[in-house]
Write a protein that binds this ligand. Structure first.
Ligand code: FES
Length: 95
């Protein structure tokens, strides 16, 4: 059985369920959110957001040039290639 995790987006003030193994970005947008994206491959950082609480893992590794050390230290993640391992609280970036 697939595990389902609750994902809260603080700025949108929405909480949705995402199945472990699915892309956070794809699943969110399939559920009516309008999160920004472009490449869907972990390269462009359009989908970057801050993980306030919880753990993610990458479905495939991000492009080594996409996230800076500062981004990683700040818990930034690329939602297009990330899946939840626990319930999450995510802060979207200002656009
Ligand atoms: S959409 Fe390009 S890195 Fe996620």
């Amino acid at each position: 059985m697939s595990k389902v995790h609750q994902i809260k987006f603080v700025k949108l003030n929405k909480t949705i369920d995402i199945i472990e193994g699915e892309s956070i970005l794809t699943s969110s947008n399939n559920q009516g959110l309008k999160l920004p994206y472009s490449c869907m491959q972990g390269m462009c950082t359009t989908c970057m957001a801050k993980i306030i609480k919880g753990e993610i893992k990458y479905i495939h590794p991000p492009d080594p040039n996409s996230l800076t050390k500062e981004d990683i230290d700040n818990n930034m993640a690329l939602l297009c290639i990330a899946t939840p391992l626990t319930s999450l609280i995510i802060e979207e970036l200002e656009d």
